[in-house]
Design a protein around this ligand. Structure first.
Ligand code: IMP
Length: 437
């Protein structure tokens, strides 16, 4: 069966931790979208691992697959594999032949477009990893795929078509001074090296076929979405989004498994008990001042990839209702309940008010969303607790006020909680239901 893990908010909900907990039961951990814009830290046996592309399950000896919906920077891929090997691991990583390759010019163009937008305060605040430009080329049918790296003639043809266009764009539109990042021969040489290594290490797969065979063999697959629903190119607050679909529907498209296969499994929505955002865009429940700083510090809300301080806010329930519908969650994981401990009072944005009307879910227009005023509900705060004692004692060991908060969310989203994160460590978790069981 499959278990699909999806961020319900704006990324950084603690998906890596949930993947890590349930990953034990999985044989294969698959990413279906995004690239090295994601970032997660996993602590195993006291050792800390930071990964942005390779699925973290490989640390536990699982097969990690980058599906066709991903964009792959081979530099990052090999750096992460090499770093794991240096630490004595033997990661089994497979890459879809249909996945698109992030090339050096994609990063340059990502940066320069952000700079251009910044002139009018319109920048997205991207991670600068070349994600948007690579997906643009995929849709524009001028991309280079992993399979192309393995075929010198096809690779050269692809580059000879795409690179001069990019060079012209960079020089003539943006006034840049193009270097090796826009040189066909230089990129070709690098790409051939990537291709040779991918071949030597037998990494390239036809993802759909490879994964379907493993499902047929009775294995367990965990499909790991990166970023979150409100960063989805279709369902998020466009244009302040990433360029792929973190929502669960793309777990089918981005792996080559059928929607019926994914639909027979579980779809777990990961919710942080408050809200954070790295880049630009509306955030009606945003906090500032001392309270924001307190939550940011308690929650360690600084970007894993970029180190940027994250914006923080109260939980936004309209955003979560939208996410529950768009993804069809069968269960929830609510993380970081410990971060809110010690506050006298908590608020959640229960609804929005827009033009005198109450809205229960986010409007489809980002401009309208930014005009929404949150309608808050207050909850009693809960006292500090010992995370390990709560993890050992189970759900009933949580302070009563925290349980009230959790049950409110279960009711509003009509979805049970499978997991509660009560501390930063893997063991500091209350598992109410294992989706693989
Ligand atoms: P991009 O994915 O680098 O193009 O960035 C687009 C938007 O998505 C920006 O607001 C980023 O801050 C945000 N973003 C991308 N990846 C992540 C992530 O893993 N966590 C949180 N935000 C992200």
């Amino acid at each position: 069966m499959t278990v699909t893990i999806v961020g319900a908010q704006l990324g950084d909900e603690g998906k890596g931790g949930v993947v890590d907990i349930f990953g034990d039961a999985a044989d294969v951990v698959v990413r279906y979208q995004g690239g090295d814009n994601a970032g997660h830290t996993v602590v195993v046996g006291g050792e800390e691992y930071k990964l942005s592309l390779v699925p973290s399950g490989v640390i536990r000896g699982k097969t990690g697959v980058l599906g066709n919906g991903c964009v792959v920077n081979p530099e990052t891929l090999f750096e992460e594999i090499d770093a794991l090997r240096e630490r004595g691991l033997d990661p089994d990583v497979r890459v879809a032949r249909r996945a698109h390759v992030i090339l050096p010019y994609h990063r340059v163009l990502d940066g320069i477009e952000e700079e251009a937008k910044a002139d009018d305060d319109q920048e997205i605040g991207t991670t600068g990893r070349g994600i948007g430009p690579t997906y643009e080329d995929k849709v524009g049918r001028r991309g280079v795929r992993v399979g192309d790296l393995l075929d010198p003639d096809v690779l050269r043809d692809r580059l000879e078509y795409a690179v001069p266009q990019k060079r012209t764009l960079y020089e003539d539109v943006y006034g840049g001074d193009a270097g090796d990042e826009f040189d066909v021969d230089a990129i070709y040489e690098r790409c051939r090296e990537y291709g040779e290594r991918i071949s030597e290490e037998n990494m390239a797969v036809n993802a759909g076929e490879y994964l379907a065979d493993r499902v047929d063999a009775g294995e367990e697959l965990m499909l790991e979405g990166a970023q979150g629903t409100s960063l989805d190119i279709d369902h998020g607050d466009y244009p302040f989004v990433t360029s792929s679909n973190p929502t669960a529907g793309y777990a089918a498209t981005g792996t080559g498994l059928g929607p019926t296969v994914i639909g027979q499994g579980e779809v777990v929505g990961i919710v942080k008990a408050y809200l954070s955002r790295v880049g630009s865009g509306p955030m009606p429940t945003e906090l500032d001042g001392d309270l924001a700083e307190y939550i940011r510090d308690e929650g360690g809300e600084y970007g894993t990839v970029t180190g940027r301080p994250r914006r923080v806010g109260w939980l936004d329930v309209p955003m979560l209702r939208h996410a529950a519908r768009a993804n069809g969650f069968t269960g929830l994981a609510i993380n970081h309940l410990d971060v809110l401990a010690g506050l006298d009072e908590l608020k959640v944005g229960h609804a929005y008010e827009l033009d005198g009307e109450e809205l229960l879910a986010t409007p489809a227009s980002t401009e309208r969303w930014s005009e929404c005023e949150p309608v808050f509900r207050s909850f009693d705060g809960w006292e500090e607790f010992d995370p390990q004692a709560v993890a050992d004692g189970g759900y009933d060991a949580l302070p009563a006020a925290a349980r009230e908060y959790v049950e409110y969310l279960e009711d509003e989203l009509d979805t049970p909680t499978y997991v509660l994160g009560v501390g930063p460590g893997r063991e500091e978790t209350v598992v109410r239901q294992d989706p693989f069981e």
